[in-house]
Design a protein around this ligand. Structure first.
Ligand code: ZN
Length: 237
């Protein structure tokens, strides 16, 4: 039976920090664990947005394309979207939106999926540039990354909220990606302002982590929690 009340995460955000960018799960397998989510591709190649069972890559050149089932990812989170109540929102900055969600859904210590469909007055994204082995650290790899901006854009923000306690395993707090309706703009969200939209929040009691235990580099990496925390704060916000 398929778990519809669980976030399935392959890998950890922390494994990206020292540069473990090799893909260790196929998109095809990932999609058996959820139809909605976010991630990155092998080689830290762009930003992944998964909506309605289809995985898309926002590339560093600004192009958006569909990901094939055989492509691999080092890190991704997915869940099955359940019909949830959507509430309308209007005229909200990112800060006001996040504050409202935290309060309305009591999110602070909860895993949740966040989906916003509608029109954005302004949206700004960035896209991680594809790396070549031997891989640099996440902070070095993301020091220079292309940013994209749009005004009056229709599209979808999809991502997660995780309790701060899980920073390192994932991103503590909000981690959001974007895909425009016309597939002309996408990436990791740096900032936005909502014009008119509907918000769906799905809360999860279960967070499942699936680790790449057949990957030698992963097995041998001496992870450093403090370095991971500071790198996530620099690279993922
Ligand atoms: Zn991201």
């Amino acid at each position: 039976m398929v778990a519809t009340n669980t976030i399935f995460q392959h890998g950890t955000l922390g494994l990206l920090v020292p540069g473990l960018y090799t893909g260790t799960i196929t998109a095809g397998e990932l999609l058996t664990h959820g139809d909605t989510g976010i991630g990155t591709l092998d080689g830290l190649d762009g930003e992944v947005i998964i909506l309605n069972g289809t995985a898309y890559q926002a590339r560093e050149d600004g192009q958006i394309r569909e990901i094939a089932a055989t492509e691999t990812l080092p890190f991704a989170s997915v869940h099955f979207e359940k019909p949830a109540i959507s509430s309308p929102v209007a005229e909200l900055t990112q800060a006001a939106f996040e504050k409202q969600l935290l309060k309305d859904y009591q999110l602070m210590n909860v895993f949740a999926a966040v989906r916003v469909d509608g029109r954005f007055k302004h949206i700004k994204t960035r896209v991680a540039p594809r790396q070549q082995p031997p891989y640099q650290t996440l902070v070095a790899a993301t020091a220079h990354q292309p940013e994209f901006e749009g005004q009056a854009v229709d599209g979808t923000i999809i991502g997660y909220f995780a309790p701060q306690l899980f920073q390192g395993a994932t991103v503590g707090g909000f981690h959001l990606h974007f895909l425009s309706q016309d597939h002309q703009l996408g990436g990791h969200v740096l900032g936005f302002e909502i014009d008119q939209a509907t918000v769906k929040v799905q809360r999860f009691a279960d967070f499942k982590v699936h680790l790449p235990i057949d990957n030698l580099a992963y097995l041998q990496e001496p992870f450093d929690n403090q370095a991971i925390d500071s790198a996530i704060n620099r690279a993922e916000r």
